[in-house]
Design a protein around this ligand. Structure first.
Ligand code: UDP
Ligand code: MG
Length: 311
């Protein structure tokens, strides 16, 4: 008997959940009994402060296919995804956002790719960023370029977390139990055969985005440090370059002093050099610090999430 589990992270989404549920239920009518025998929803309430939990409780009473996990506080979308995948017991697992930016109507095609075409995962990417603030799009594009240059996993520009996967793929993702999670890298890291689906950006159906520019910036640093140690090599290269330039300058000054007897003039240039070198030092210590912080978080082995209630 085949079963599809639909994992949906929710943070302060009391308005979006009913719309999402109705829309997805409609799409499931075309699937259940035809392509799969059963489907279940696994909503993850990521410590919402609005009525998300009571909306989910009501839904789970109305519909026995609706299950939920509620966190003791906000642990972030990555933790919610991990918890949802953990609870999902279907042979196929779909992961999608609750704001309908990931169209549930695509699930059927994605599921068919995984069931009949020999793929282990069907993934999605948006090909436009219509409706998004231009500054956010600009930095997002830069991030994908930097990530592509620095890391060994291929993080696809515009890739969404919206995926349909086999149980084997889901099990592989769950074996990666690191604390600072970056799904856009974890999914490609596990490998397997992935089919890509593309669509235009869709605006949120209700509520507002939970990602501020600052939160996204920190998330992107997390992503880079989780999947590449090249920034550390960059720090070493900068150090070597600085050493070479400083040595050449010292030799030049010594030769100039010996030949012309010139005193070294100008405190302004000295101050500039001191500021430049201390800046470089701080930058490289900062890069090192990012990795030390990652080790610190990992060695504490704290749980990725804490459940308050589940059904
Ligand atoms: N989300 C979550 N925890 C968070 C932030 C977001 O579970 O701390 C969920 C949110 O409810 C939504 C999905 O993650 O289902 C994507 O969030 P959002 O739509 O705010 O991100 P955007 O689409 O703007 O990147
Ligand atoms: Mg969204």
């Amino acid at each position: 008997m085949s079963k599809l589990s639909i994992v949906v992270p929710c943070y302060n989404e009391e308005l979006a959940i009913p719309i999402f549920y109705d829309e997805t239920k409609k799409c499931l009518k075309q699937l259940v009994g035809k392509i799969v025998d059963q489907a279940e929803f696994i909503f993850v309430d990521d410590g919402s402060s609005d009525d998300t939990l009571s909306v989910l409780q009501k839904l789970s009473v109305q519909d026995e296919c609706v299950h939920y996990i509620s966190f003791s506080r906000n642990f972030g979308k990555e933790a919610a995804l991990y918890a949802g995948l953990n609870k999902a017991c279907g042979n196929y697992v779909a992961v999608l956002d609750v704001d309908l930016q990931d169209p549930p109507s695509l699930i059927q095609q994605m599921l068919e790719a995984v069931m009949n075409e020999g793929f282990d995962c069907a993934a999605t990417r948006r090909v436009s960023r219509k409706g998004e603030p231009p500054i956010r799009s600009f930095f997002a594009r830069k991030f994908y370029k930097i990530m592509g240059a620095l890391s060994n996993v291929e993080v696809v520009d515009g890739a969404r977390d919206f995926r349909v996967m086999t149980k084997k793929y889901r099990d592989a993702v769950l074996t990666l139990c690191e604390r600072s999670r970056f799904s856009k890298g974890l999914f490609p890291w596990v490998g397997f055969k992935t089919k890509w689906f593309e669509y235009e950006n869709i605006e949120r159906c209700a509520g507002s985005t939970k990602w501020s520019f600052w939160k996204l910036f920190l998330y992107s640093i997390d992503g880079i440090t989780a999947f590449s140690t090249k920034p550390l090599s960059l720090a070493s290269i900068l150090g070597i370059l600085e050493f070479v330039v400083a040595s050449l300058m010292i030799m030049f000054l010594i030769v100039r002093k010996l030949i012309f007897g010139d005193p070294v003039a100008g405190w302004a240039s000295t101050v500039c050099i001191v500021l430049f070198t201390t800046g470089l030092n701080l930058l490289t210590i900062g890069i090192l610090g990012q990795y030390v912080a990652k080790i610190y978080v990992e060695v504490k082995q704290r749980p990725i999430f804490i459940v308050k209630e589940e059904k």
